[in-house]
Design a protein around this ligand. Sequence first.
Ligand code: MN
Length: 257
Amino acid sequence: MSRPRILVTNDDGIRAAGLAALAEALAASGAEVTVVAPDREQSAASHAMTIRSPLRIAQVGAGWYAVEGTPTDCVNLGVFHLLGEPPALVVSGINAGYNLGEDVTYSGTVAGALEGRILGIPSIAVSSTADATDRTLRSAARVAARLAERVIERGLPADSLLNVNVPPDARGLRLTHQGRRDFRQGLIERRDPKGREYYWIGLAPSEWEPDPGADHAAVGEGIVSVTPLHSDMTCHRAIPVLAEWALEDVMADEDPR
Ligand code: MN
């Protein structure tokens, strides 16, 4: 069997330790790895795509490319230009910081995998703790490589991608769902030396809604969480509820001319 080709990206940038650990473990498992990553940190870039400026690629090593863009840009350049043909898998990470609960909607790491999925390629996002040691990163990378083998072998259900979070000294793996935070603490307000107010968002302490099957619960117990995410954002549960509203009526008085 020929070596599977894997496209690796991240949002922490081409110099991130988690990216190197991931690429190394995937290559060690026998894959042909191409790294296409942002030339600088793009954390919280979410699924942004660069459409108002040109994208440039710099080769920085054998099979390593730095892009002046987002993780989404990187996956597109990798799939449509650098690799020549679609890879067997896209793996994004290893992010310095977990992507749990609603984090997935802000995450550039998850967006890299989401873009792979949208382009029709099975994809995995991998994150670990923000202060991961080399040992933790190597361990998370081995977990990612074993999951990668499994995904290449079996494929993933349509429209799904995997969001994987690996805690230090992980002692097991659990299939989880996305958790929820209580964001009521809002934002952090400070004053600068001139007395003017300024704000930090997204950094206020928050609490998880208790939920034993959630991603944060597994990671909190030192267990790897694997959450399948959906690239189709339709809320199927809402369709029967909204169907009762007779929404067609909003068009009743609209003149199509
Ligand atoms: Mn990041």
